[in-house]
Design a protein around this ligand. Structure first.
Ligand SMILES: C[S@@+](CC[C@H](N)C(=O)[O-])C[C@H]1O[C@@H](n2cnc3c(N)ncnc32)[C@H](O)[C@@H]1O
Ligand SMILES: C[S@@+](CC[C@H](N)C(=O)[O-])C[C@H]1O[C@@H](n2cnc3c(N)ncnc32)[C@H](O)[C@@H]1O
Ligand code: SF4
Length: 376
């Protein structure tokens, strides 16, 4: 029998004001009014169905993501959070995050989000450079981005800013200036992503040109230094935080913890008492979802895949990987992966200590190559 720990909850809100050319997250622009009341009712029913799988476990973090959840009325967010709390045990100090687009900033509505229980805002700033914002098809300018931060700070102290680097035609100075501008506002957390061009996005079809990889590497090295110097500790490939402000919801993913995923396209990972790990995927189609067809697929993950998924997550973190943690989370003894570990060490990707493994600088830089070793 496996000891079940607390669980996280992800909620997907699939609407956006406009689809950005680089984005492959599941969202779309609605021509009509968003059917938010109906959607929340279905989210709660979807939640009820998943509760059968979690054995009354306490919910430790909630993340309302998208799409653009900040398009929703405060009354909808309240209906959602209260509805969840009526149906399941949510920890008293649960981290409850909402993602927001600066264009949707409205002081009064955001205060009501907080009153409904939200205690962490994540603002998708991307860059403070108005020309670059236009180039990546965002719908606000630098002034609106700064205003959204200032207003958010009046409401909440746990604030994340999403920024991206390696944008088309961006130069090193632009990147560092973006970070300096973000740091000036003293957010508790900064997520700093390298722009990736994903298949099935307009940027991919248009063959948008990105800066040379040597320049991107320079941006990363100098940006990291600036963030660390300014009190933001790197704890994951793209995540930097002030002490005690790491994102608990994302940390749970990276520690290969369990989570429920509700709403269109959301995925979940739920361990059963017998040690079986279930993966759930919800329906993408909003009409199906609004007709009560929530689940797209559910399957149990093979041990081999569990090992791969485990490393895919924990190797993102900047901390040692305890062998005990590996055994607990995968139900696999490390003897089984002895050969792969040897290959990773030989390639200079991993260091092996008695109780833990540690990814080297090379291992972090060539994370895909390191992970490939565990595919075999
Ligand atoms: C799914 S979005 C939701 C936030 C909100 N809709 C917004 O854009 O303001 C979360 C974050 O993912 C990051 N992101 C999205 N597409 C990306 C890409 N192709 N490469 C790197 N980061 C990306 C952006 O920083 C974005 O703020
Ligand atoms: C790219 S991250 C940005 C998090 C942000 N930087 C922060 O620290 O709060 C969040 C996005 O990942 C996606 N996501 C996260 N968990 C998910 C899940 N369980 N199912 C589907 N999408 C998920 C959603 O698109 C969500 O908007
Ligand atoms: S980046 Fe954010 S606002 Fe843009 S399409 Fe993706 S989810 Fe929507």
């Amino acid at each position: 029998m496996c000891k079940l720990q607390t669980i996280s909850l992800y909620i997907h809100i699939p609407w956006c004001l406009k689809k950005c050319g680089y984005c492959d997250f599941y969202s779309y622009v609605s021509k009509d009014n968003i059917p938010e009341k109906k959607y929340i009712e279905h989210l709660l029913k979807d939640f009820e169905q998943d509760l059968r799988l979690i054995n009354n476990r306490e919910i430790n973090t909630i993340f309302i993501g998208g799409g653009t959840p900040s398009l929703l009325k405060a009354s909808s967010i309240k209906q959602l959070i209260y509805g969840l709390k009526e149906r399941a045990l949510v920890s008293k100090n649960a981290e409850i995050s909402i993602e927001a687009n600066p264009k949707t900033m409205e002081y009064k509505r955001f205060i009501h989000y907080k009153n409904a229980g939200v205690n962490r805002f994540s603002l998708g700033i991307q860059t403070f450079n108005s020309n670059l914002l236009q180039k990546i098809e965002r719908t606000y300018d630098s002034k609106e981005a700064i205003n959204a931060i200032k207003e958010s700070k009046k409401i909440i102290n746990n604030l994340n800013l999403d920024l991206m680097y390696g944008l088309p035609d961006q130069i090193l100075e632009d990147t560092l200036l973006d970070l300096k501008n973000a740091i000036k506002h003293n957010p508790s957390h900064i997520s700093w992503y390298q722009l990736s061009i994903e298949p099935n996005t307009p940027f991919y079809s248009k063959k948008i040109k990105l800066p040379h990889e040597d320049l991107i590497f320079k941006m990363l090295i100098q940006g990291e230094k600036l963030l660390e110097k300014s009190g933001y500790k790197k704890y994951e490939i793209s995540s930097y935080s002030k002490p005690n402000y790491q994102c608990q919801h994302n940390l749970n993913y990276w520690n290969f913890g369990d989570y429920i995923g509700i709403g269109c396209s959301a995925h979940g990972k739920i361990t059963q008492k017998n040690g079986k790990v279930l993966r759930t995927l919800k329906n993408k189609n909003i009409n199906d979802f609004l007709h009560g067809n929530y689940l797209n697929s559910i399957h149990s993950v093979s041990q081999k895949d569990q090992v791969f998924e485990y490393f895919m997550n924990v190797f993102r973190l900047y901390k040692p990987v305890l062998k005990k943690h590996f055994r607990e989370k995968t139900n696999v003894n490390e003897i089984v992966i002895k050969n792969q570990i040897q290959i990773a060490i030989k390639n200079g990707f991993l260091t092996n200590k008695k109780n833990y493994w540690y990814t080297t600088k090379k291992g972090k830089f060539f994370l895909n190559l390191l992970l490939e070793i565990f595919l075999n």
